[in-house]
Design a protein. Structure first.
Ligand code: AMP
Length: 193
């Protein structure tokens, strides 16, 4: 089982890139943000639970998120692995994922980090608010999400960096060029030495 974990601040283009990558690699893209939004739309219990956190730009508690990912990874289409987009986002989630992968017999191949400077991100997110009408793309929530990324998600780069898994990708290029760099990084990581 192959696992690619896309890391990057909100607005770096993880979702767009993960969707493109799934066709190239033939692996499903799993976005915890999309899974939560699906539950919210369908007014499930999980959706109701997640809503207050999402509205504030805060993270949904780890136990809830990890249980949802475990369910998703148990599905047949993940038999060969997956591209994870927006998960893990905390060290506790990263450790839980290690345990899940040990159970499923999978391993993380590479953790591409899409790099975009902070000032460029706020502008991108405000534009996305207009285009996609996402409720959590308003200025106050954006600021919280950036802070959450800095405090809780960035430490993952050290966690995976120590395992030699992180590859930096320049996110300030066209969508096509970012994708090209990502494919290269994944190919390098999965080629036999
Ligand atoms: P995203 O679409 O990835 O930006 O996620 C939107 C929102 O969903 C986040 O601001 C969080 O409230 C929630 N969320 C998504 N992924 C996670 C995660 N791995 N852990 C906790 N909350 C998450």
């Amino acid at each position: 089982m192959k696992f690619i974990i896309l890391v990057g601040p909100p607005g770096a283009g993880k979702g767009t890139q993960a969707k493109l990558l799934q066709e190239t690699l033939g692996l499903p893209q799993i976005s915890t943000g999309d899974l939560f939004r699906f539950n919210l739309k369908n007014e499930t219990e999980l959706g109701q639970l997640a809503q207050t956190f999402m509205d504030r730009g805060e993270l949904v508690p780890d136990e809830v998120t990890v249980a949802m990912v475990e369910d998703r990874l148990s599905m047949d289409d993940c038999a060969a692995g997956a591209i994870l987009d927006g998960f893990p986002r905390t060290l506790a989630q990263a450790r839980a994922l290690d345990e899940l992968l040990a159970k499923f017999g999978g391993k993380i191949d590479v953790v591409p980090s899409i790099e975009v400077p902070l000032d460029a991100l706020v502008e991108r997110l405000l534009n996305r608010a207009v285009l996609e009408g996402r409720a959590d793309d308003n200025e106050e929530t954006i600021r919280t999400r950036m802070q959450v990324y800095e405090d809780q998600t960035k430490p993952l780069l050290d966690y995976y960096g120590q395992k030699g898994l992180v590859s930096l990708v320049n996110g300030q290029q066209t969508i096509e060029d970012v994708q090209k760099d990502l494919v290269k990084v994944v190919e390098e990581a999965t080629q036999p030495a």
